[in-house]
Design a protein around this ligand. Structure first.
Ligand code: TYM
Length: 326
């Protein structure tokens, strides 16, 4: 049997270039040769403040994004996490073998606590356990995600190891599948591109005008510094984006311009905007097709659920038995 692959994206808004390069590109690469399950993780979505009246449509948007990007339901299984209730059952069972102190120490938990000081809930602490359950439920071995998810994967492996040692060999230890865009930098000059940081991202649904506008705000310098292109900051990030979009010739030209103190950032941003839009155009066209065919999307969701439940029922049965519950 082919190796199992699992990945998921929260329904917190439109997908951006970080999600695309860090996760979706990896999913596309793997769907041809592995047994893949790709999820919209709505139960993870509700760990931070959200609007219940728009959650359903946000989930559907991500499903449509998946399909438009090229995930093919004939090659992979597409899942909405809450439609497969075994996720929460396994998460609870796994939570009984994992220390709270380790979860409190995780950087993502600390970040979210700082971001939403009035919304520090159990679900937030529990987030990595549910994520471990997502992958282990399918006995997933490969997880295409960005580098920011590595601490969560470490938890996943620890849980798998602990479960195996306590109850007998059951779960593989999942590894991250790395893409060459596993850390897409922010447009604000520091950190990663993120849905929760205004001005940091370009959405996959953005038109050329919007992409240009977003890039226009990206910080640069006087252009009169010379020497090597810096390794961090706004200028560095623009150069990283040139690389990501395989604009090697242009990269070399602008690098030389930088050295010669004659770089024109408006020109660089223009080249970048055109390349980004070109990459996104087929996605945007396919997106419209799926929006115009809601019945097909419904069918894909229902079929996905059926196939997924068949797989996970076996895991839950095995886990219940090993833990002495049946
Ligand atoms: P989420 O929704 O925050 O992010 C979805 C995916 O996008 C990647 N990503 C990035 N990659 C590169 N550069 C960036 N700037 C960037 N920003 C986001 C993330 O690494 C992720 O792959 N915890 C997960 C959701 C999840 C999950 C799972 C993933 C829940 N259960 C099981 C894999 C397996 C998350 O935060 O997604």
């Amino acid at each position: 049997m082919n190796k199992r692959v699992y990945s998921g994206i929260r329904a917190t808004g439109r997908l951006h270039l970080g999600n695309y390069f860090g996760a979706v590109k990896g999913m596309l690469e793997l769907q041809d040769n592995y047994d893949c399950i790709f999820s919209v993780v709505d139960l993870h979505t509700i760990t931070v403040p959200y609007d219940p009246s728009t959650l359903q449509s946000s989930v559907r948007e991500i499903i449509i994004d998946y399909l438009a990007a090229g995930l093919d339901p004939n090659k992979c299984k597409i899942e909405i996490q809450s439609m497969v209730p075994q996720h929460t059952e396994l998460a609870y069972l796994l939570s009984t073998i994992y220390p709270v102190s380790r979860l409190e120490d995780l950087p993502t938990y600390k970040e979210k606590k700082a971001q939403y000081p009035k919304y520090i809930n159990m679900g937030l602490l529990y987030y990595p356990v549910l994520m471990a359950a997502d992958v282990l439920l399918y006995k997933g071995e490969l997880v295409p995600v960005g580098i920011d998810q590595e601490p969560h994967l470490e938890v996943m492996r620890e849980i798998a190891r602990k479960f195996n040692s306590m109850f007998g060999q059951t779960f593989p230890e999942p590894q991250r599948f790395k893409t060459n865009g596993d850390y897409v930098p922010s447009l604000v000059g520091a950190g990663k591109m993120s849905k929760s940081i205004n001005g940091s991202f370009i959405n996959l649904t953005d038109d050329l005008k919007t992409i240009r506008k977003r890039l226009a705000y990206a910080p640069t310098d006087s252009g009169l510094i010379g020497g090597n292109v810096p390794e961090t900051g706004g200028v560095a990030n623009l150069f990283k984006l040139l690389k990501l979009f395989k604009l090697d010739k242009e990269y070399n030209k602008f690098e030389q311009d930088y050295r010669d103190k004659k770089i024109r950032y408006s020109e660089l941003k223009d080249v970048l905007a055109e390349a980004i839009f070109k990459e996104l155009q087929p996605f945007q066209a396919k997106r419209k097709e799926f929006i115009n065919n809601p019945k097909l999307v419904d069918l894909i969701i229902i079929e996905g659920q059926k196939k997924c439940i068949q797989i996970v029922e076996q895991t839950i049965k095995e886990v219940r038995k090993k833990m002495g519950l049946t």
